[in-house]
Design a protein around this ligand. Structure first.
Ligand code: GLY
Length: 358
C-alpha cells in the first residue's frame, strides 16, 4: 500500500492507495472515537462492494446506510436536503463519521453534507473510480449543482483520509475508466513526464487493470494533487492549473447535456483546444500538440467533437458570466502550466476550428 501525505497543518491527512482496502477500512480510518457512521453510498457501488465495506466499518460503530443515485443528478439541492434530514432523524451527532463511497458524485456530495451538518462532522472518502482516486476525492472540494450550473454551491472541507482501492477499478465500465484517464493524462502533460511514458509503454497493462501499474499511476497522480493542494488549498493561485482544459471541456459538457459527454471525454477535447490555443500564441510547438493527441488517442479519448461552435460558445458565455474575466490555463512548454488573460478571439477561433466540426 502507498501512503501519500496531503500536508495541510492540522488538517493534514493521507491518501492510501492499494488493494483490498475496503475490507480494512476500520483499521485505516484515523481513530476518532465515533459511535455511529453515516455511509453515503453510490447505489451501484454499494451493490457490488457495500457488504464488505459495511462489515469492516461496523468495527467503528453503528453503520447507517444512505444510498444515492449513481449519477450527477444526486448532487442536487433537493437530494442534499433529504439526506441532511435523514441524518438528523438518525440522530447523527457531531462526533460521528460520514463515509462517502463511490466516485466524484459521492465524495462531492458526501463532503458537502459532512461540512454543513451540525457545522461540520468528520468525513472519510472511500473512492472507487479512477476520476475520484486521482482527483475528486482529494483536496477537499465539495459541491452541489444548481439548475444554473455545476458545483455552484460547495465548501472546502478536507477529509480525515482518502482510501483508493484500485481493486474496485476492475468493475468500472470501460468508458468511465477512460474518462478517468483524461485526468491522468492531464497530470502527465502539466506536471510529470513519467506518466505520459507509462501510458505510452504500458497502456495494455493499465487497461487490463494490472494492480501494480495502477497503484503506481494512482499514487503518482495523488502525489501531484497533494502537492498542488498543499500550497493552494483554497484555489487562489496554483490550484487553478488543475483546471487545464476544463473551461472548454465544461462548455462541451453543458452543450452536450451532462449525460451525453463524460467529464473526461469533454476535458480531453478541452485540453486539445488549450494546446491549439497555446500553439496559436507561440507557447507550444507543433510536436507538443502532437504529444497531447498521441496520449489521448492511446487512451481512447476523443480529440475532436462534433458540435456547432455557436452552441458551445453559448454554453461558454454562461460559464464566463459566472467566472468574470476569463483566465486561461495554458502550457508554456509541456509540464509548465501558466495562467494567461491575453487570449484573443482570433486565437480562440483558430483553436475552435481545430477541435470542433459541425
Ligand atoms: N478538480 C480540481 C481541484 O480539485 O481543484
Amino acid at each position: 500500500m502507498r501512503r501519500v501525505k496531503v500536508p495541510l497543518g492540522e488538517r493534514s491527512y493521507e491518501i492510501l492507495v492499494g488493494t483490498g482496502l475496503i475490507d480494512s477500512v476500520s483499521r485505516l480510518v484515523p481513530e476518532g472515537g465515533y459511535s455511529a457512521i453515516v455511509l453515503i453510498a453510490d447505489e451501484s457501488v454499494d451493490e457490488l462492494y457495500g457488504k464488505r465495506l459495511r462489515a469492516s466499518l461496523s468495527a467503528l460503530g453503528d453503520v447507517h446506510l444512505l444510498t444515492i443515485p449513481s449519477s450527477e443528478t444526486a448532487k442536487s439541492w433537493q437530494v442534499a436536503g433529504q439526506l441532511l434530514e435523514r441524518m438528523a432523524e438518525l440522530k447523527v451527532r457531531r462526533n460521528d463519521l460520514l463515509v462517502s463511497f463511490g466516485g466524484g458524485v459521492a465524495s462531492d456530495l458526501g463532503g458537502f453534507l459532512a461540512s454543513v451538518y451540525q457545522r461540520g462532522i468528520a468525513v472519510a472518502h472511500v473512492s472507487t473510480t479512477l476520476l475520484g482516486q486521482v482527483d475528486a476525492a482529494i483536496g477537499g472540494k465539495t459541491g452541489v449543482n444548481l439548475p444554473a450550473g455545476k458545483n455552484l454551491v460547495g465548501t472546502f472541507y478536507q477529509p480525515t483520509v482518502v482510501l483508493a482501492d484500485v481493486d474496485t477499478l476492475v468493475s468500472l465500465p470501460a468508458r468511465q475508466f477512460r474518462s478517468g484517464m483524461a485526468e491522468v493524462v492531464k497530470y502527465g502533460l502539466c506536471y510529470e513526464p513519467w506518466i505520459l511514458k507509462t501510458i505510452a509503454e504500458r497502456m495494455d497493462r493499465i487497461e487490463a487493470c494490472d494492480r501494480d501499474v495502477l497503484e503506481d499511476l494512482v499514487a503518482a497522480c495523488a502525489g501531484i494533487k497533494a502537492r498542488v493542494v498543499s500550497v493552494d488549498e483554497s484555489d487562489r493561485s496554483g490550484r487553478i492549473m488543475l483546471n487545464y482544459g476544463h473551461t472548454f471541456g465544461h462548455a462541451l459538457e453543458v452543450a452536450g447535456g451532462y449525460e451525453g459527454w463524460l467529464h473526461g471525454e469533454a476535458i480531453s477535447v478541452g485540453m486539445m483546444f488549450a494546446a491549439n490555443l497555446a500553439l496559436e500564441m507561440g507557447l507550444l510547438e507543433p510536436e507538443e500538440v502532437e504529444e497531447h493527441r498521441a496520449a489521448f488517442e492511446q487512451v481512447g479519448l476523443p480529440v475532436r467533437a462534433r458540435f456547432d461552435p455557436a452552441q458551445v460558445a453559448g454554453a461558454w458565455a454562461m460559464d464566463k458570466k459566472f467566472l468574470g474575466a476569463q483566465r486561461w490555463v495554458l502550457l508554456e512548454g509541456l509540464q509548465n502550466p501558466v495562467v494567461r488573460s491575453d487570449v484573443t478571439s482570433t486565437h480562440i477561433d483558430a483553436a475552435v476550428d481545430k477541435v470542433l466540426a459541425p
